[in-house]
Design a protein around this ligand. Structure first.
Ligand code: SF4
Ligand code: SF4
Length: 351
């Protein structure tokens, strides 16, 4: 039976009123109750500590105990977004918008990257950080894209034998080699001033927006999920920071905010989406969303626009005339770690 617990209710204006609300459906409060934590005592203590005049604390408690975004009514979404817009605008000194545009029918976003063209310049990484309001802290620079520098290979017999020094084709010690004798472990700490280096190729990796995302399966509170148009997103207010999703992801695509992210006001991108680039907080996971705040408005992801050699293509996989579909139809295409059965919507190709 649902329990009645005392809550501090906050309306969109931030005013404070004590009330008794009945819990409904599966909520964050019930999850915590199930784990033995007394919410009444937490909120009682919070009321004592914060008092009713402390607006920032009230907002923070309201955010912490808000519903899962997917379960919110339109009215709850409106109140939540209003509160966030007010808080971000005050914090960054500019008019910040939090978009809630939803997936459109007949759209499934996909990405294709030409690894023959990529020169490893990392302009995509920079554009992604700037667009997505990533933390700029010196020792916690959060980047959703990693560009791996890898050895160029060929299928010569000499190379093949290089890669398998032991008997019976068994590799003894050393690094991991492909069947072509090419070192498989990429280096993402290469010197960007000397690219493109002879004998190297570059492979940018970010979230693959898997059709069968293992990260979604393991999330104990359903804070992360696949949207109908493809991107896998995180409800930052619902994430409990357990990092199960990070362990499950075969692509090292997720990042954790170990400390409060640093986002200088002058660098803050004020056009945000609730499920995308809005500012994150300490203790939550984040990742690429194909720039959901852009693509749902008919724009390209920031990395596509920033690439100086046109290595990145993006579009609607369900539209046979889209750029990305043309690549899939006409080029040699592969998916990273296809054997993991994650069915990425991120494809690599060569000319
Ligand atoms: S860290 Fe990952 S698995 Fe854990 S709650 Fe957050 S999104 Fe879900
Ligand atoms: S690449 Fe990783 S984070 Fe992205 S959807 Fe797949 S499993 Fe999840």
């Amino acid at each position: 039976m649902a329990k009645k617990i005392p809550l501090i209710d906050l309306d969109s204006s931030g005013s404070c009123a004590a009330s008794h609300s009945e819990t409904n459906d599966l909520s964050r409060r019930q999850f915590l109750l199930g784990s033995g934590v007394s919410i009444a005592s937490i909120l009682g203590a919070a009321a004592l500590v914060t008092g009713c005049d402390d607006a920032p604390s009230q907002v923070s408690w309201a955010e912490h105990f808000q519903s899962n975004y997917r379960l919110m009514t339109d009215e709850e979404k409106r109140v939540t977004v209003n509160r966030l817009e007010q808080r971000y605008s005050a914090e960054y000194g500019k008019n910040v918008t939090v978009d809630t545009s939803e997936a459109q029918a007949g759209v499934l976003f996909g990405y294709a990257l030409n690894i023959q063209k990529c020169i490893g310049c990392r302009r995509c990484v920079k554009a992604c950080v700037e667009e997505n309001n990533a933390s700029r802290k010196a020792k916690q620079n959060i980047e959703w894209i990693r560009v791996l520098q890898m050895e160029k290979g060929n299928f010569s017999r000499e190379k093949l034998e290089d890669g398998y020094p032991g008997d019976y084709g068994m590799q003894v010690g050393g690094h991991a080699y492909s069947a072509a004798g090419v070192l498989l472990e990429g280096n993402h700490y290469y010197d960007v001033d000397s690219v493109p280096e002879a004998g190297a190729h570059y492979m940018p990796v970010a979230c693959m927006q898997c059709e069968k995302p293992p990260c979604v399966k393991v999330c104990p509170v359903r804070a992360t999920y696949r949207e109908a148009d493809g991107p896998v997103v995180v409800d930052y207010n619902w994430c409990i920071g357990c990092r199960m999703c990070m362990q499950a992801c075969p692509y090292w695509a997720r990042r954790f905010n170990w400390s409060k992210p640093v986002l200088p006001a002058e660098k803050m991108n004020p056009q945000t989406h609730y499920l995308g680039n809005r500012p994150r907080m300490k203790g939550v996971v984040e990742k690429c969303t194909f720039c959901i705040q852009r693509v749902r408005k008919g724009r390209y992801p920031a990395c596509v626009e920033a690439c100086p050699v046109g290595a990145r293509k993006f579009g609607n996989l369900l539209d046979p005339e889209s750029e990305v579909r043309r690549v899939l139809d006409k080029k040699r295409v592969f998916r990273l770690k296809a054997e993991a059965n994650t069915y990425p919507k991120f494809f690599y190709y060569s000319d």
